[in-house]
Write a protein of this length. Structure first.
Length: 139
């Protein structure tokens, strides 16, 4: 049975984005924290800048397309790329393009040289929207 490439890519993205990082708490207990975004680093000898790609639509599958674009920009053009995804804050690390009120990591726009945004019908909280506004106002 063949699996459609779009479905397979979705599964790979979900698995990749759900990978866990470990943090030590004050009492030395280990706590697992899910990754909420994906970061691709350019080779050390080539650094052209930092691009933040923001995914958030339930129609056009930007959660699939933007990581692919980020890899191309990283591997072929030397950019560091960070891809942000719409997520339910109750389920961090799980991409949910239907959740319209939360995209974690927007503070990374403060260091971005370029923003690529592919969103639709979002209603972000003021503190998250402020990062986008500030980026746009900085020119």
């Amino acid at each position: 049975m063949k699996i459609k490439s779009g479905i397979l890519l979705s599964l790979i993205l979900l698995i990749g984005c759900q990978s866990k990082t470990t943090k030590k708490t004050a009492n030395n207990n280990t706590r697992i924290t899910p990754k909420e975004w994906v970061h691709y680093r350019a080779k050390d000898d080539v650094k052209n800048g930092h691009i933040v790609l923001i995914s958030g639509d339930e129609e056009y599958r930007s959660e699939e397309a933007l990581p692919q674009l980020a890899k191309i920009l990283t591997h072929h053009h030397g950019f560091d790329c960070t891809v942000l995804f719409a997520q339910d804050p109750e389920k961090p690390g799980i991409i949910d393009p239907n959740y319209r009120q939360h995209i974690p990591g927007l503070d990374q726009l403060e260091e971005a040289d370029l923003m690529i945004i592919s969103t639709r019908f979002r209603s972000l909280p003021v503190e998250q929207m402020r990062h986008i506004d500030n980026y746009m106002l900085d020119g």
